[in-house]
Design a protein around this ligand. Sequence first.
Ligand SMILES: Nc1ncnc2c1ncn2[C@@H]1O[C@H](COP(=O)(O)OP(=O)(O)OP(=O)(O)O)[C@@H](O)[C@H]1O
Length: 620
Amino acid sequence: MRMNPDAAPGGPEEPKSFGERWREARAAFRNVPRAFQLVWQAHRGATLGMALVALIGGLLPISQAWVAKLIVDAVVAAVVDGIAAVVALRAVFPLLLVEFVLLTTGAVLNQVRTLSEHILHSRLGHTINTAIIRKSLALDLHYFEDAQFYDKLQNARRESNWRAMSMIRTSFNLLENVITLSSFAIGLLAFSPLIALLLFGATIPSFVVQTRYSRLTFRLLTWRAPEFRRMNYFEHLLTVDSSAKEIKLFGLGEPLLQRYRDQFWQIAHADEALAKRRSVLSTLWGLLATLSYYAAYAWIVFLTVAGSITIGAMTFYLTLFRQSQGTFQGLFTNIGQLYESGLFLENLFGFLALTPQMMTGQGRAVPHPVVQGLEFRNVSFRYPDREEWALREVNLVVRPGEKIALVGANGAGKTTLIKLLTRLYDPTEGQILLDGVDLREYELEALRQAIGVIFQDFVRYQVSARENIGFGQIEQLGDEPRIVSAAARGGADEVIAGLPQGYDTILGRWFEKGAELSGGQWQKIALGRAFMRDSEILVLDEPTAALDAEREYEIFQRFRELTAGRIAFLISHRFSTVRMADRIVVIEQGQLSESGTHAELLALGGTYARLFHMQAEGYR
Ligand SMILES: Nc1ncnc2c1ncn2[C@@H]1O[C@H](COP(=O)(O)OP(=O)(O)OP(=O)(O)O)[C@@H](O)[C@H]1O
């Protein structure tokens, strides 16, 4: 799809008013000091190195031009006065030496610059990535269930590393150019303010073009974030092990690759169109600068021939003209680039400024053991971007040590209830009380610490079996007996015994020598992880869905023993599992409809009884 990036509806159009532009520019440049903070954090020595290069490097050009003038004048004088070549050379020699020192200094500075940039580049990337990851860790779950959040994350990650580096490089370049230009300006103004004005003024239009296109490029890329994300998604899907089987068998490879390519071209066409226009206009306006240079050139030749200035002075001024115009243009380019990088970094700093909304309570200790139990009091919940209620007026009292099974159709709200219990979300209305105290009053970390959860989409960590279990309580990773006992309780001990390096075997296929497990084996490992925690409340969301019937029977025979003294929630679609609970709670469309023991609910003859008979029928 070809498009005009300027005119696309909803596309990267220009800001409307002057005020809007001014605000945008201010926001962009505000990021310069912030970027410096990041760089300073990344490596102080290299940052100082770059500053030093800028300071000394800025004064080199004028010094070199001045020494060159002195050399030319000395040579011309020697020729005119007929001085012997050896004598003349001896007179010029100190100047040549100074020129040599200046040139060598320039070369050394270049190396210092390259080295500093090299060091800063990777460290800065690391600093920024760490900041992004840390922020992601701090943010609430709902951010991760929101497409706009992913666009923000994508924008922050995509360009930030090199944009921050480029901003620093540009800033130091700018400093160097300002120093050089100030020294040139003194020379030029002394010679002719009119010429200075002509030379500098002619470079301004090209600068205006540059900044306009900087802004357009930024808008294009930001506006295109969803496409970038979709493109990355297809790339991930096509290259990751978990989807390889299905993609091959359904023949999805080429069609999905085509979608990946379509997304790419949508962005590429618009981006290239902008880049072309930027180049053409910059070249055309650049001609104006060249013209003004040659006008000044003609004037200086005229003055020299007329005898108003020496030949040395002519070479000095010509160098000044050429370099000052280049430097002036460079200065504007620097400002343009700084502006462009600032716009992109706005994405990064915008992301880093996101704040978690889930408030932690102030230091109230979580009860160990739980004495009164848990109560859902009139709890209703709606996902942030949804109209309909996921849970409505839920009232449920759970006694200490009680085992509750949650039963309900897909989408009834079972997992949502657990998300509220673990404070991944807070209720929209109502309260959840643990020993009579609202969950929101407990310290968030401590509360989560007191709950052991295995979700149905548990993580298959591509690390050792030991760590897979130990991650349930990471501080206890060194406690071998605890890990072994947790593994045994989850039924993972026999899986691990069969692995080539036992507990040290890397699980999964991502890394070399990794051992892939079956779905049921992974689930046993996940169960082991849940038992690693000495929790007051244990939540098993479809814990045995992938286990074979025999293994499931075994685990549930021991279920009471495994969860002795703790509150346990069990979500399952298997009634053989569910009937082990003290109480079964049926959820229908977000509401609690039935509650009681297996026998009571069968006697009630309601939804539970109907579903139970249906499943039992299937096994007959
Ligand atoms: N992150 C989310 N954002 C918006 N809506 C959601 C989100 N997660 C779940 N829902 C909606 O909330 C309702 C309850 O979902 P929930 O995951 O709690 O069901 P469940 O009973 O656990 O289902 P299942 O048995 O399929 O696991 C569903 O209508 C679902 O579409």
